[in-house]
Design a protein around this ligand. Structure first.
Ligand code: ZN
Length: 302
């Protein structure tokens, strides 16, 4: 039975986080092996939250040239986490920069062109790389060796998931309809971590509801109200980028709680002025408040 493999991973990671915090030593570079982007994402968000670390999200396929990785790494801070989703898709040349950067926290950058071209070694902050690959074989041996921690998620059949959810719901004491198990299994996309997250929300939401009962409509209402990203849609890099709360607060204060384009103070969103995919950072100066409409017209024009 691999029933608790995902929560097993979380337990192991929690142990390591405690050690890292207690010893004040950086959390090791970590590789996640899973076909589910959703589980990778929830796990890296969990790590960032527990370490109280800022999280920068990048997509492997967007890191093509040495300048791309150079830009990302030189913008990092000590203890910050760089999540490279699909690291197997970075180019061969980037790999040659990334590997020593992860091991020695230095990067050699070429300046000038032609006869005066020379490389300069730059010291980097003690960043942490968490990266994901779909399966074991997709990463080169060299790059794999830069990751001291490796975790693999098992995927679960629908019936396995339903059995786990049933057990958890019984434990919670919530009254539930049997078809809720199907809906949970469906929404979790074969993924236990995702399923457990949904279950946690559903239990919390039912406890807050008057009837304290969980059925399909309560579950749908819960996902609607508490926010849920479907397991099949990864979302854009920008959407998947987590802006730390303190940064959000500062941006909100600076922009006085309204859209900087039209002054609207409803449906506000935090917008990266330079998108992440183009090397934009999570710094206050790169983030602005836009209303939904202005944000949409901006992304249409990019
Ligand atoms: Zn606006």
């Amino acid at each position: 039975m691999t029933e608790f493999s995902s929560s097993g991973i979380t337990n192991k990671i929690n142990k390591l986080i405690e050690k890292s915090l207690a010893s004040k030593k950086p959390f090791p570079h970590t590789l996640l092996i899973s076909e589910s982007r959703k589980s990778n994402q929830s796990l890296v968000e969990h790590i960032a939250q527990r370490l109280n670390a800022k999280l920068v999200v990048a997509n492997g396929s967007d890191i093509e040239r040495p300048g791309d990785i150079g830009g990302l790494l030189t913008n990092m801070e000590d203890g910050q986490i760089l999540f490279i989703d699909g690291i197997h898709r970075i180019s061969r040349i980037v790999e040659e920069y990334l590997y020593p950067a992860m091991e020695e926290f230095t990067i050699d950058i070429m300046i000038d062109r032609g006869p005066s071209a020379r490389s300069v070694r730059i010291n980097l902050p003690q960043f942490i790389v968490v990266a994901s690959i779909p399966d074991e074989g997709s990463l080169s041996k060299e790059l794999k060796s830069a990751f001291l921690c490796t975790y693999r998620f098992e995927s679960h059949s629908r019936d396995e998931l339903k059995a786990i959810f049933e057990k958890e719901l019984k434990k919670s004491g919530i009254i539930y309809d049997a078809d809720v198990l199907d809906l949970l299994a469906e929404k979790s996309g074969k993924n236990l971590t995702e399923g457990m997250m949904l279950l946690k929300k559903a239990v919390k939401y039912s406890q807050m509801s008057e009837s304290a009962q969980l059925n399909r409509s309560v579950l749908n209402e819960c996902l609607e109200t508490m926010g849920h990203m479907p397991a099949d849609g990864g979302g854009s890099i920008q959407n998947r980028t987590v802006i730390p709360d303190e940064i959000k607060r500062e941006v909100w204060r600076r922009d006085q709680g309204k859209c900087i384009k039209c002054g609207n103070n409803e449906s506000l969103e935090f917008d990266h002025i330079i998108p992440f995919s183009r090397g934009g950072s999570n710094m206050v100066r790169n983030i602005q408040l836009l209303c939904e409409a202005c944000n949409r017209s901006k992304s249409d024009s990019i």
